[in-house]
Design a protein around this ligand. Structure first.
Ligand code: HEM
Length: 408
């Protein structure tokens, strides 16, 4: 997904223009903003309908067609695999991995954005790619980490040398993925219940380069939004002690097995809290797409090759769509709440079919698990919550968000 950088002022202007122009309007640089809920849904449907993977590079060079692989085939393979990964046992294993990350930082004064990122990525990585050696895992994590630092404007270094190092890590991470795919296909490595595994079966049709692209798409997807959402959960948790207490009251009564078996049923208040965090602070803020086909978007004509922008965030903060759109209130997700979503097009933290996020369920459970840990096992202290502000990078990113975590 394309995720441009933009600041708070830019987003504020977009909101004003969107309100004035009915949610669909041309930006000065010739991109069409599609922030009206029904139009965003339609343009996504029209644009991605019948999407097939691009030809392999080797075939392009030889001017021949590759085996056609519909994107829906890749998604179906992922979703089937995710079905087997959505058990209480897998959730419990993910929570254990989250604890392992937190336990290494107990008592330290930490940057909570980076900690949230670490918790999210390290706990979900095995869902995407598992069975790695310690070295391989460290390389993949480093690649994701350095990409994230760029996305949130925390450049770990600048200059040509830094770019070379950045590229070197990226290339070596790609080689790890290739090796895993090759080894699993040849039986040198055991098959694992992760999202890479069904791609091994598709290797003959995809070829190695396209298979690598598919696995990279998942790794990129877990490298950004889950960590950003986890930081936003901690942010609202720290800023809303009343809600933190409500969650603690609920979660203290829910043991781990019960939580893992059916999180939303076991902890409905926590579920509403996470849904509201994802409404207020949906990552990524803007998605830029190339129009694959010409289509009508409302009264506007979008021609093939032009670009358009969609944004869950813009829809979630639109006062015509949500009452008190800028107020954090998880109870708006109670059935029949007057300030709740009017229909399904209004709440889209995971995007739109046919490209909707495949990790929506795991992502939600992971955020609920973070709440569970903060309410039952750990205590989060942020000394100066008033100093914490939200900045708009590729996603909302809390600034000056430091604190420490202790065992309860
Ligand atoms: C709270 C956490 C998450 C959020 C907010 C989130 C959000 C999103 C969004 C907005 C999209 C773009 C949808 C569109 O283009 O309409 C997306 C795509 C995607 N997400 Fe997530 N995501 C999260 C977690 C995850 C997890 C845990 C995984 C993997 C296990 C994942 C895998 C993907 C993939 C593979 C795509 C691309 C789908 C495609 O191109 O067909 N996401 N996500």
């Amino acid at each position: 997904m394309t995720t441009p950088h933009h600041g708070e002022d830019f987003l504020h202007d977009l909101r004003l223009r969107s309100a004035a122009e009915g949610g669909v309007f041309w930006l000065d640089d010739g991109q069409l903003a599609v922030f009206e809920p029904a139009a965003a849904r339609l343009v996504s449907r029209t644009n991605w309908d019948g999407l097939v993977m691009s030809d392999r590079l080797v075939d392009m060079i030889r001017r021949r067609r590759s085996t056609t692989v519909p994107w829906s085939r890749v998604r179906a393979a992922w979703l089937t695999q995710l079905h087997t990964l959505s058990t209480g046992e897998h959730t419990a294993a993910m929570i254990t991995r989250m604890e392992q990350v937190v336990d290494t930082r107990l008592g330290d004064d930490v940057d909570l954005v980076l900690l949230a990122q670490d918790i999210a990525v390290r706990s979900v990585l095995p869902v995407a790619l598992s069975g790695l050696t310690v070295r391989e895992s460290a390389l993949i994590t480093r690649d994701l980490e350095q990409k994230l630092l760029r996305l949130i404007d925390r450049h770990p270094g600048r200059g040509p040398l830094h770019h070379v190092r950045f590229a070197a890590v990226q290339v070596r991470a790609g080689l790890v993925v290739r090796r895993v795919l090759r080894d699993r296909a040849s039986g040198r490595r055991v098959r694992e219940p992760d999202l890479t595994d069904p791609i091994v079966d598709l290797l003959p049709e995809l070829g190695m380069d396209r298979a690598l692209d598919v696995v990279t798409a998942v790794l990129t997807a877990i490298g950004g939004p889950p960590g950003s959402a986890a930081a936003s959960v901690l942010y609202e948790f720290a800023r809303n002690p009343r809600w933190a207490q409500r969650l603690t009251r609920e979660l203290r009564g829910v043991d781990r097995a019960e939580f893992c078996a059916a999180p939303a049923r076991a902890a409905p208040v926590t579920h509403r809290f996470v849904k509201e965090v994802l409404r207020m602070w949906s990552p990524p803020l803007l998605l830029v797409r190339n129009a694959r086909v010409s289509s009508d978007v409302g009264t506007t004509r979008l021609e093939k090759g032009q670009r358009y922008l969609v944004s869950p965030h813009m829809i979630h903060r639109d006062h015509r769509v949500w009452q008190r759109a800028d107020t954090f209130d998880p109870d708006r997700f109670l059935p029949g709440a007057p300030h709740g979503p009017a229909d399904r097009t209004c709440y889209v933290p995971f995007g739109w079919a046919p490209k909707r996020c495949i990790g929506a369920d795991i992502g939600t459970v992971q955020l609920m698990a973070l709440c569970h840990l903060m309410c039952t096992r750990y205590r989060l202290t942020v000394p100066d919550t008033d100093a914490v502000t939200m900045a708009c990078r590729f996603a909302p990113v809390p600034q000056h968000f430091r604190g420490h975590i202790a065992r309860r």
